[in-house]
Write a protein that binds this ligand. Structure first.
Ligand code: T3D
Length: 264
């Protein structure tokens, strides 16, 4: 299904959201932001979707805010109207992505800039095509940062490197992204689509409940003392320990068989 600048597809347990405005390097206009928020809600609520992939069409992943729309808004409306997009779109999108109870893969097919980079940083796994790159870009247009970059980036690369990347907005190519910990893996361009499909299929056939509990535990642990993290872990273990997936997988292990996970 295509809604404005975004395509949503579901196949074999994998929900894919594809930015599809290649002529604008998949910049986020109002329609695309609205569709992204709705798409995340739809995939999040669909139990048959067990892994979510975010990717782009053409030579970009996503280059953040559509600056043509932004400038047109500043020219015709009040600045307050333009800036409402942060609390009304970018923040809910970041929270929706972060709050999904299934693995999220950013398949970074090309350049990811500004809020486009921030979206990728919110994923659990960032697979980069060899020709892909990141740019924090915000400083280049005299802006701060949004869509969670102040929260994700220091956690990924440490505060000093995070500020260096934000201050300069410089291009970080795929190999450097891997070295910095911004990329989980880098794949040659011609093998990229097949690699992402295999990875997503693998995650979608995994123990969904356990993945969701891990996702939550890791996110919650980030800003909490050890004792609180241990409580979240204990609750996750209690819930996943009561699942059919767990029982079936333990039985399969003892019988030297391969488990089948159903997400129940
Ligand atoms: O209220 C609010 O809106 C606040 C929200 C802010 C959130 C944000 O995301 S702010 C950050 C916005 N993004 C940027 O500042 C990135 C700007 N783009 C770039 O720095 C470069 O284009 C790239 C590094 C991403 C890629 O460079 P390059 O050399 O590969 O391509 P290019 O030639 O610069 O761009 C190609 C076309 O895409 C060009 O259009 P044209 O001349 O072919 O008609 C360019 O204008 C267009 N384009 C690139 N980025 C954007 C864009 N069009 C609209 N919005 C963009 N963000």
């Amino acid at each position: 299904m295509t809604t404005s600048g975004l395509r949503l597809g579901v196949s074999d347990g994998v929900g894919t959201l594809t930015f599809d405005r290649p002529a604008a390097l998949n910049a986020l206009d109002l329609e695309t932001k609205t569709a992204l928020l709705a798409g995340l809600a739809e995939l999040g609520a669909e139990p048959g979707v067990r892994c979510v992939v975010l990717t782009g069409t053409g030579r970009a992943f996503c280059v953040g805010q559509d600056l043509r729309e932004h400038v047109a808004g500043l020219a015709t409306g009040s600045p307050e109207d333009v800036w409402r997009t942060v609390p009304e779109h970018y923040n809910p999108i970041a929270l929706a992505l972060h709050g999904l109870d299934k693995p999220v893969v950013a398949a970074v097919n090309g350049v990811a800039a500004g809020a486009g980079a921030s979206l990728a940083f919110l994923a659990d796994v960032r697979v980069l095509a060899a020709s892909a790159s990141f740019s924090l870009a915000f400083a280049g247009i005299g802006l701060s940062c949004d869509t969670g970059a102040s929260w994700t980036l220091p956690r990924l690369v440490g505060p000093t490197r995070a500020l260096e990347l934000m201050y300069t907005g410089r291009r970080v190519d795929a190999e450097e992204a891997l070295a910095l910990g911004l990329a989980t893996e880098v794949v040659p361009d011609d093998a990229f689509a097949a690699h992402v499909a295999a990875l997503a299929a693998r995650l979608a056939s995994g123990p969904t409940l356990a993945f969701a509990a891990m996702r939550r535990a890791v996110a919650e642990a980030a800003g909490r003392p050890l004792a609180a993290a241990l409580e979240v872990e204990a609750e996750g273990m209690r819930r996943t320990g009561a699942s059919q997936d767990h029982r079936a997988a333990v039985d399969a292990f003892l019988a030297k068989q391969t488990p089948t996970f159903t997400g129940s």
